[in-house]
Ligand binder design. Structure first.
Ligand code: C5P
Length: 226
């Protein structure tokens, strides 16, 4: 579990993010920087995590024309992060160009169906399939486009593992220890179950960063308590 937990630094300032990394590292070794923190402080957030010797998952979920995504991935490579992502729904050419733009070791994932989306929300955007079937379809498209793995909910891990093989990296957000609030997440799963279903990494935000004692909350997950 030690290398599998990614904590989302979903906070509004570099000071708050630094405090969380100070408290959680080295128990937690990978931190996710998403649009809130990156919009506020940019690459300084990445530098801060690297300075603490931890790794970065840069979660900017690129979704644009192939040329723009390819140029953005070049910039991500220059930052030396461990992992980054694009939206699989950007299509095959966009994902191929993202994979080709990789110049240094970088894991590029495709977001399948956001964990905040359920069947009704999918149908409202014109996709009349279950989240499971849509996620599986996008995972296969991501794999054949040359990407390293996907972001998907716990409910889709087994099917995607079966369809895409043992080496395909599966990262699962929407993780909720029993009894914690779901907030905006719809397709959730407990940490231990997500790992036993075959996730390589789990992403946890609010259940850790909003806990009274974030290190204690992380340690409970790391010890496989739930
Ligand atoms: O606070 P919580 O644990 O719900 O945070 C989950 C994190 O994972 C957020 O930073 C969110 O942006 C991210 N994420 C997600 N669903 C995806 C991809 C990323 O919740 N499909």
């Amino acid at each position: 579990m030690k290398e599998r937990l990614i904590v989302a630094l979903d906070v509004s300032s570099l000071k708050k993010a630094t405090k969380l990394v100070d408290v959680l590292y080295p128990a937690v070794k990978i931190f996710k920087i998403g649009s809130q923190l990156f919009t506020k402080v940019g690459p300084d957030a990445v530098k801060m995590v690297h300075k603490k010797r931890a790794r970065v998952f840069l979660d900017l979920k690129f979704h644009d024309i192939p040329n723009t995504v390819s140029l953005a991935i070049e910039q991500v490579c220059a930052m030396g992060v461990f992992m980054a992502n694009v939206h699989a729904s950007g299509g095959r050419v966009m994902m191929q160009r993202a994979a080709e733009a990789k110049k240094k070791p970088l894991v590029i994932l495709a977001v399948t169906v956001l964990t905040s989306i359920d069947k009704e929300a999918l149908s409202a955007i014109g996709i009349n399939r279950t989240p499971l079937s849509q996620a599986e379809r996008l995972a296969m498209l991501a794999k054949s486009s040359g990407l390293d793995g996907v972001v998907c909910s716990g409910n889709e891990i087994r099917a995607i593992r079966k369809a895409c093989g043992a080496k395909f990296i599966i990262v699962t957000p929407g993780i909720r220890p029993p009894g914690s609030g779901t907030q905006d997440q719809k397709r959730i799963m407990a940490p231990k179950l997500a790992i036993s279903c075959g996730a390589d990494y789990i992403v946890v935000g609010r259940p850790i960063i909003q806990a009274k004692n974030p290190l204690y909350a992380a340690q409970k997950i790391l010890r496989g308590i739930y």
